[in-house]
Ligand binder design. Structure first.
Ligand SMILES: [Zn+2]
Length: 274
């Protein structure tokens, strides 16, 4: 069994502040260890279910260089470093059987969800056919484009709700904290978090829940609402994009991965100092 495990940091048990996700801060050094341990717990669970599993862990936060390679469960391969063309989901293809997402945060604008955002603080919303998608949904649709179902999602209560709404009630969810505000949560202990993740990953890998791959209709049109008109000025330069209003740009691509790749570029452009 091949499993793609994408691990972010904001949804990790105990993490509540952007400094914990920003290299250079003392608190970041601890948070990246918590993140690494949660990644290892998921890996261990998969191997509990299938000793012959083949597991890729993708480090998908910030610089994509957070997980400490030598501290990760040695049975997994680690995908790290950026830029990569398909960002958080680079490497996913039809050869994977399952995908699992740990450390997940809510989409941009989620109320009581620690550090909620969609790729960057300068993207206010991403809509497809009028429905808002965060990283969870967009990444699940990337997996779905290759017929890979996302069977496990871990994070706070908002993430659990978003996973069920996007992927269906059957998806395995692991709630590790209850966000009470954007920068505040009540969390289980990290050791308990790892136990819960390992058990859930083992169960999801040995007896995968009946979650269909998230296949969005193609051609697909993304409507991206930026924080400021100057950012929309930049994004409008992308070939085939169309300005809808002061801060909203739309683009259509024939496949979901092609559209997702454009969104990667939008994210880079939105990091441009103006
Ligand atoms: Zn992140």
């Amino acid at each position: 069994m091949r499993v793609f495990v994408a691990v972010d940091i904001e949804g990790v048990a105990g993490v509540v502040h952007s400094q914990e996700g920003a290299p250079g801060n003392p608190e970041y050094e601890r948070a990246r260890r918590l993140m690494t341990a949660e990644a290892s717990a998921v890996v261990a669970g998969i191997f509990d279910a299938d000793p012959n599993a083949d597991v890729t862990v993708a480090d998908v936060h910030g610089p994509y260089r957070n997980i400490i390679p030598e501290e990760l469960d040695e049975r997994a391969r680690l995908s790290r470093g950026k830029p990569r063309m398909y960002g958080m989901m680079h490497g996913i293809d039809r050869d994977y059987d399952l995908a699992m997402f740990a450390g997940v945060h809510g989409r941009a604008g989620s109320g009581s969800s620690v550090l909620s955002h969609t790729f960057t603080g300068t993207i206010l919303d991403v809509r497809i056919e009028g429905k808002s998608y965060g990283e969870l949904g967009l990444n699940a649709a990337m997996a779905g484009a290759y017929d890979v179902p996302v069977v496990l999602v871990a994070g706070d209560q908002t993430v659990v709700e978003e996973a069920r709404e996007t992927l269906g009630e059957t998806v395995t969810t692991v709630q590790l904290k209850e966000s009470v505000a954007h920068l505040s949560s009540e969390s289980v202990h990290p050791i308990l978090a790892r136990k819960l993740l390992r058990e859930a990953a083992a169960e999801a890998a040995s007896n995968p829940p009946a979650v269909p791959p998230l296949r969005l209709a193609t051609p697909v049109t993304f409507e991206v609402e930026l924080a400021r008109p100057a950012l929309a000025d930049l994004v409008e330069m992308i070939d085939g994009s169309e300005r809808l209003d002061g801060r909203t740009v739309r683009f259509t691509r024939s496949t979901f991965p092609d559209a997702y790749r454009v969104l990667r570029l939008v994210t880079v452009l939105c990091s441009t100092p103006l």
